[in-house]
Write a protein that binds this ligand. Structure first.
Ligand code: NI
Length: 207
């Protein structure tokens, strides 16, 4: 499946412009694009596994997935620049701001499930990327509830990608494990940079 690189590149510049100045949560104070890149890199092996899928749609949605929710870009602009399928995917990946917590997640998952599988993969890759090492200011309770929410995402969408489902499952297990650590061990662990992989840190085999 050939990628339409010029369109993907255009999406990257668009996301760079709109996320400019935003930071990825954590002590490293990395630019927000670190997260966008991480989602893309989580996604690539899953696209290789499912070669019949539209890689351009998946990558454009991955790159743009937080622009509507976090930067105030409107879906019409995405549609004009990147097409209706990408705009619909990004809309489904964006939470309804009138809803909160698990209700907002379930609503977005319901809308993602109406979309093609490329969009399911983006959501799985997004959560997998977010379940690397927890941000330093997160409590054990917060880690536990974020892992539980990850399980809801995995249950709803996991069938779309055995590979992403496996990685997500391992990271969820690690987050639940660390949320049960004694305080001192948890404190030590959460000082690790959020860009490190919790699975490797805890020594859980990836396969
Ligand atoms: Ni995201």
């Amino acid at each position: 499946m050939p990628f339409k690189s010029p369109l993907i590149m255009q999406a990257w510049y668009f996301a760079s412009k709109h996320h400019k100045g935003q930071l990825y949560p954590g002590e490293d104070k990395l630019p927000y694009l670190t997260h966008i890149g991480a989602v893309v890199f989580e996604l690539l092996p899953a696209l290789e596994e499912k070669a019949h899928l539209d890689g351009t749609l998946a990558l454009c949605c991955a790159i743009l997935h937080d622009t509507v929710e976090d930067t105030g870009v409107c879906a019409d602009e995405i549609s004009t620049l990147f097409g209706e399928a990408t705009a619909a995917g990004v809309a489904a990946l964006s939470k309804n701001k009138n809803l909160h917590g698990l209700e907002a997640t379930r609503d977005s998952l319901y809308r993602i499930r109406q979309q093609p599988q490329e969009i399911w993969l983006v959501k799985l890759a997004d959560r997998s990327a977010n379940l690397r090492t927890p941000p330093a200011h997160w409590s054990k309770d917060k880690c536990h509830s974020y892992a539980e929410e990850g399980q809801v995402i995995l249950d709803a969408l996991g069938e779309a990608s055995p590979l992403l489902a496996l990685i997500l499952e391992k990271r969820i297990r690690c987050w639940k494990d660390i949320s049960e650590l004694p305080d001192a061990s948890f404190e030590k662990l959460r000082r690790q940079t959020a860009t490190q992989d919790i699975v490797a840190l805890l020594g859980h085999a990836l396969s």
